[in-house]
Design a binder for this molecule. Structure first.
Ligand code: SAH
Length: 281
């Protein structure tokens, strides 16, 4: 725990400051060095449900405050969390606000940061690896691949009210997005997949549902757009899950590195049927 970070002018977390920091999708090894530097200096760490608690071991000197939803208890109110951060900073604490993945990707980090600035609290933002990129990489799915897509669309499956995201034009997304990565998509996946099919996407388009990505509970369900809702129900998949729709999912046939690490070798080295080794064309 006392290993020094490589020499550089690592920023000091000063009393009265709040650092909003991404904790990555789960595996503590996916923390950034800035996150580690912050964990070691904090007086208080306020963390969310999706932050792996082992990460808090890096901040053994700090008070740990849980601000998430677990065990059916109501979620801490967003306004209460933001104001708590303000109070702690005003009390002269070195405050670390730790959020799952990246704080600015579907994580309300922008709202919290805005409240802090509005109250005159100095902040620093530490980005993290988002589940929609790093979580899929742990499942062997590259969010972009030259043979598959030149764009990727990150969407949330529900809006502030908890309903399916009505402000999204699913028909346009279906027509224009080569690979679609859905956060918080489990609840409304039936509605979402139906909209995408109605927009012309094939019922046989590959879909992966990656649950608890990068943790030792990681599970990957491979299915298709036509059967994703039924397969999620059948398999009893529990959140958190990230859903990836598109041909990129097929790359998992060759890139499932976690399976390969335990000796399960790929049977198809060219899942997209390009007939050439990558990097030659
Ligand atoms: N800021 C976070 C996202 C917060 S929204 C980030 O950048 O990753 C919460 C949603 O993120 C979950 O409902 C789920 O869709 C996704 N998610 C977060 N961590 C995950 C994980 N380890 N495995 C699968 N999905 C995850």
């Amino acid at each position: 725990m006392n290993t020094r970070l490589p020499s550089q002018d690592w920023p000091t977390l000063e009393p009265g400051w709040v650092w909003l920091c991404g904790a990555g999708p789960g595996d503590p090894g996916l923390l950034t060095l800035h996150a580690l530097n912050a964990l070691r200096q904090a007086d208080v760490v306020i963390y969310d449900a999706l932050v792996q608690e082992t990460i808090l071991d890096w901040a053994s000197q700090a008070e740990h405050i849980y601000a998430g939803k677990r065990g059916g208890k109501p979620s801490a109110n967003q306004r209460d969390i933001s104001l708590r951060l303000v109070d702690l900073a005003r009390a002269g604490k070195r405050v670390l606000r730790l959020k799952g993945g990246d704080p600015f990707v579907f994580g309300r980090g922008g709202e919290e940061a805005q409240t802090l600035v509005q109250h005159g609290i100095p902040i620093r933002i530490i980005p993290g690896i988002s589940a929609g990129i790093g979580g899929l990489a742990y499942a062997g799915i590259p969010v972009t691949h030259r043979d598959v897509n030149q764009s990727v669309t990150f969407v949330t499956g529900h809006d502030q009210s908890g309903n399916a995201t009505s402000s999204l034009n699913w028909a346009a997304i279906g027509k224009g997005s080569q690979v679609i990565v859905i956060y918080m998509g489990m609840k409304h996946i039936g509605q979402i997949s139906a909209s995408l099919i109605a927009a012309g996407r094939s019922i046989s388009e590959p879909v992966a549902v990656v649950t608890s990505a990068t943790t030792d509970q990681q599970n990957v369900l491979e299915t298709t757009l036509g059967t994703v809702e039924a397969d999620i129900l059948k398999a009893g998949v529990e959140p958190p899950s990230i859903i990836c729709i598109g041909q990129a999912v097929r790359m998992r046939d060759v890139l499932n590195w976690q399976a390969q690490a335990v000796g399960i070798m790929p049977t198809n080295l060219d899942p997209l049927g390009r007939g050439r080794p990558a990097e030659t064309a």
